[in-house]
Each structure stands twice: as C-alpha cells, then as structure tokens.
Design a protein around this ligand. Sequence first.
Ligand SMILES: NC(=O)c1ccc[n+]([C@@H]2O[C@H](COP(=O)([O-])OP(=O)(O)OC[C@H]3O[C@@H](n4cnc5c(N)ncnc54)[C@H](OP(=O)(O)O)[C@@H]3O)[C@@H](O)[C@H]2O)c1
Length: 238
Amino acid sequence: MTLTYVITGASRGLGLEFVKQVSLQGHLVFALARHPESSEPLQALLKDRENVIAVKMDTTCENSIKEAVEKVSQRCAGAIDILINNAGINGPKTFNVENTPKKEYVRIFETNVGGVSDVTQAFLPLLRQGTTKKILNISSILGSITNIATANPGGHGSAYDVSKTALNMLTKLFANHLAKENFIVYSTHPGWVKTDMGGESAPVEQADSIAGMLKVLDTIQPQDNGSFYNYTGSKLEW
Ligand SMILES: NC(=O)c1ccc[n+]([C@@H]2O[C@H](COP(=O)([O-])OP(=O)(O)OC[C@H]3O[C@@H](n4cnc5c(N)ncnc54)[C@H](OP(=O)(O)O)[C@@H]3O)[C@@H](O)[C@H]2O)c1
C-alpha cells in the first residue's frame, strides 16, 4: 500500500535520511524544511524521485505551518497517513543545570515542544482522513528520567534534555487524546547518530538509525500507542 508521509526537518541529518528511505519504498513523501531551496542533498533527491515533494516550513512559525498545510492539502488527495516530527535543536554543552539561563530553556522549548505541538495540531485534520493515523515524535534517551543518570550524568546541555522530557509528555497526552480515533502516537530515541547534531564521534550511522525506526513504524500496533521506543526496536522507560 502506498502511504503519504509528512516529515519535518528534512533539509539534512535524520530528516533527510527519513525522506530518502521512505521514498525508496515508493511512498509519497512531503519533505518539510525551513529552506528547502538551499539544501543541496534535498534538491538532488527531488530531481531523482517524483514521489518527493519539498514544502517550506519553519516549525516555530504559525504562518509558515499554515501555508505548509495548505500546500500539502493541494497535493495529498485530502489525507496524510504518517507524520514524523523530526525537526529539533540542541544548545551548548557548556550549559548545565547550574548555569543554564531561562532564555535557553525557552529557546529550545519553542522548537522541540511548541513546534511539535503546533505542527501536530495543524496536520490533524489531514491525518484524521488517513488510513494508518500514525504520529512519530523524534525524542531522545536524554529525555528519559529513568535513564538520565547514565545517559548524561554531567547534565550537559540540560535545556535539551528537559525539552525532550516535555516532548515525551506531549506524546503521551496526544496518544491518550487520540486513542479513541485509533491513532498511534509514540516517541523514539534514534540512537546517538552521526549528524550535525550528533557529531562525528557518534557510533550510529544515519542509515541504520532510520532503518531501525522505520521497522518499528511499519510494525507498531494500536496497543503500543503512547510508547517510547529505541531505534533498535526495544521499548524504553520514560
Ligand atoms: N543525532 C543524534 O544523535 C540525535 C540523538 C537523539 C535525538 N536526536 C533528535 O533527532 C532529530 C533530528 O536530529 P539530527 O541529528 O538530524 O539534527 P541536525 O542534523 O541538527 O538536523 C536538524 C534538522 O532540524 C531542522 N530544524 C531545526 N529547527 C527547525 C525549525 N524551526 N523548523 C524546521 N526545521 C527545523 C534543521 O533544519 P535547518 O537545516 O533549516 O537548520 C535540520 O533539518 C532532532 O529532533 C534531535 O533532537 C538526534
């Protein structure tokens, strides 16, 4: 079955790799990016694959989200099946709980939580018309209260960790809210991956992270609505 995906943060990193792998499976993919025109790899993909459509969207800008939903609506035959909230930011690792200014929490929260909330709300009408009704939020093990003592014992970049914990709560709230409509809303940790954010020393390749996350996305069941997964397919504690 050919499905319709909407993927945010598709200019580079994990978002771009999602677009590559999903489009290779033959699905229709809306690749949402702040500046699609200046992403060379996305432009190359557009030339290569007719089933990829680039749409401009800044997840922190309400007007930009509204315009993006309109553009997707014109090309998606009234429905989308899967929303992947991938766009995210982090901050300097020199900040920890002792020296992070409030404005850093607010800055990161705007993208990692507020952006995901606004984008999800805006695409819900199209998702409600879709067949699979799945929403995947790209979180992090750094948002896991259970695992944080081992995942980031020094608490470096604490605003990011706090934002991903809040994103996990947002996931759970959407999951509860949409359960009666047979949605599956869940969070995934993509691994520590070689991207601009993850850095060169990260142990996981983008291709492996995305392949693992897509395997979960393809096979996830309604009883797993509101879960937190690792990219390897195992479940994580919140
Ligand atoms: N890499 C890792 O090890 C790792 C681990 C755990 C979780 N994650 C999560 O995985 C997701 C992807 O991370 P990544 O490693 O691919 O990061 P990345 O290489 O830094 O890419 C981030 C992507 O998000 C986009 N983005 C940021 N703010 C945006 C906004 N306001 N509107 C639209 N797009 C925006 C960026 O677009 P521009 O090109 O326009 O900046 C870029 O496409 C993030 O949510 C991150 O927190 C990553």
